[in-house]
Write a protein that binds this ligand. Structure first.
Ligand code: IPE
Ligand code: IPE
Ligand code: MG
Length: 259
């Protein structure tokens, strides 16, 4: 496993610097189709099995004190998949909202959906808005589901809103900086992204949180999403904890500052 290998290397050569653990973790939940095909089943069988891994991820995040968990559930490019697969995914989203929203609420989880949600069926949009409203005052964990989400969409959408604010006289062009721009992105209220995990063996971002990834630590595992569990999540967090995040500084500067 890539992550494990890199952790051993990091442990030997660098000083640990962020042992508190990540505040904001994002996961590209990949590998459902291959998991199902390996078992001789159709791809959608893997999507259904992946729901249990989502539950495990949320459980782990709450226990580990992670403040924000952002899951990539459906990309803006996933519409190009066979119609049948897209419709099963939409159905599944619906079912999961029905069965999980109350449980999340009971467990102090705030649910948010990020992405161009208005493209979904209006009943689904309604359900999403209701679940968001019901859980709006929960603070234990923010669970962001990225649905019809694209990193480029997020940036363009923010740019449009910034332009709108300028046009309405609420914002001066000269005041636009990274902090201000960030407030217009879909993750405005969340802590900086600390750790991005991708399951399924591919080493790419696939148009996920492009703006937010700037200084995130990346962790790739070959584990297919339906096989993801709390142990795999723990391995990723352990690996994160022994990395030295330098943000452009030298290793020595970071070590001195953390003393
Ligand atoms: C991720 O699994 C789930 C979605 C993209 C909705 P995939 O469906 O991409 O599974 P693989 O990568 O084809 O195995
Ligand atoms: C990324 O997975 C999107 C989600 C996990 C929802 P994909 O399977 O769509 O990514 P590519 O096509 O392999 O880059
Ligand atoms: Mg995939």
């Amino acid at each position: 496993m890539i992550g494990k290998r890199s952790s051993q290397k990091t442990a030997k050569t660098e000083e640990p610097d962020n042992t508190a653990g990540p505040q904001h973790v994002a996961i590209i939940m990949d590998g459902n189709g291959r998991w199902a095909q390996k078992k001789g089943k159709i791809r959608t069988f893997g999507h259904k099995a992946g729901v249990e891994s989502v539950r495990a991820g949320v459980r782990f995040a709450r226990r580990a004190g992670i403040k924000s968990l952002t899951l990539f559930a459906f990309s803006s490019e996933n519409w190009k998949r066979p119609e049948e697969e897209v419709s099963v995914l939409m159905e599944l989203f619906n079912l999961v909202l029905n069965s999980e929203a109350k449980r999340l609420h009971k467990n102090g989880v705030r649910l948010k959906v990020i992405g161009d949600v208005e493209a979904f069926d209006s009943k689904l949009v309604d359900k999403i808005r209701k679940a968001e409203a019901m859980t709006a005052d929960n603070h234990d964990l923010v669970l962001n589901i990225a649905a019809n989400y694209g990193g480029r969409w997020d940036i363009v959408n923010a740019a449009q809103s910034v332009a709108q604010s300028v046009a309405e006289g609420e914002l001066n062009i000269s005041d636009i900086n990274e902090n201000i721009f960030n407030r217009y992105t879909s993750t405005a209220d969340l802590p900086e992204l600390d750790l991005l995990i991708r399951t399924g063996g591919e080493h790419r971002i696939s148009n996920f949180l492009l703006w937010q990834c700037a200084y995130a630590e990346l962790y790739f595992t070959d584990v297919l999403w339906p096989d993801f569990n709390e142990d795999v999540f723990q391995q990723a967090v352990d690996d994160y904890k022994i990395r030295q995040r330098r943000f452009g500084l030298t290793g020595e500067q970071v070590t001195t500052a953390s003393r």
